[in-house]
Design a binder for this molecule. Sequence first.
Ligand code: UDX
Length: 437
Amino acid sequence: MNITIVGTGYVGLVTGTTLAELGNSVYCVDIDEKKVEGMKNGVVPIYEPNLEEMFHRNIQSQRLFFTTNLKEALDKSEVVYLALPTPPGEDGSADLSYVLGVASDIGDLMTEYKVIVNKSTVPVGTAEKVTEVISSRTDIAFDVVSNPEFLREGFAVEDSMNPARVVVGSSSEKAKEIMSKIYQPFTNTGIPIIFMDEKSSELTKYASNSFLAVKITFMNEIANYCEKVGADVDKVRLGMGSDDRIGHRFLFPGIGYGGSCFPKDVKALIKSGKQEDFNFQILEATENVNVAQKVILVSEIEKYFEGNLKGKKIAIWGLAFKANTDDIREASSLDNIDLLLKKGAEIIAYDLVAENNVRNIIGDQIQYAKTMYDALEGADALFIATEWPEFKNPNFELMAKKMKSKVIFDGRNMFPLEVPKQNGFYYKSIGRQTILN
Ligand code: UDX
């Protein structure tokens, strides 16, 4: 099948490459000329494990093309995926101007039947809006389908080649047939394709992300309560997760959820609710708890240093919002850095891949270390903000040598409690006993 993808951001690029890998001819359209030129020359604009290989393979096989010319791509394709940004507006609601702008261009440019597929995370009712916009510009028949994307950063290729499910919202039999054909390689291997109406499909995406945000936040509250009563959240987590109605995943407490999806989607769903005079009480609570959870360790650091952080040197391990990505959007590290700086602390941070992104935002307000151990030179305390695998089994002897005092605040519960204990470290993690040195 010939497919156009409009927007070569994270979702667009991964979706386009995946669809090419499944044997389709894919025309990726973007307004950014420099980016398009780069991609034509084999430059992958984002980092994702295994993406580069798949990208090059499909360019070489002449199944993956790039252009700034929407008309040219449209003329070749029966199906057009929209993978455009839907950033939060000032009030938290999703800004649909990119999606509706492109819809209007498609209406002007199309010359025969098209299926327009919404891949972007868009509020309930967007398929209807896209339909209205296109039909205001053309009399040619078309269908609009909702087909949300569930991929995780760091696992984008894996998730899009092997999704847990494909959700398709459409009330048109013709469009459903076309979508079934596109996803046949998945259904052949047992991956379910779930058909529903457009609105339910649009809500499925928000409901899934919000549910996971609630799940994490629930565990964060349980962790905070564990500390009050002397229970161990790791044990509670294992006990709970073994019930397959609950499951082990997304039960890890820490310093809150971040990233480009959960915070934005929770906010947007709250806002959409308000527009219908509906209060998502559970999501409002989730958002408030998460804001506090992100910096929950700062008050512990303050307590440890008896209320005075002036001139205290804090090393931070990890800046990305989670491991395996350089993305720092809504990263807890940034909230902690901001607060610690305000309280007069000095910060030296280390992250193998996210340093440049942080530099671009806060520049030289903090120092940056080349290695995880360099960051510890003369540090009064170490703060772990991201669960990078390289922090999992560090050389505690070397750490002790480098640090001024053997103190760790761990926002990601990286070590079994006996490890810092045996090495004589003060160790404060989330929802577990504090180890005193
Ligand atoms: C998420 C969804 O998982 C994905 O399906 C959707 O398409 C986009 O949003 P992503 O933002 O890439 O993906 O990251 P994810 O791995 O889900 O983690 C989100 C945040 O939750 C991170 O800050 C992570 O550290 C945190 N988290 C996750 C926890 O604190 N505890 C957990 O147990 C799991």
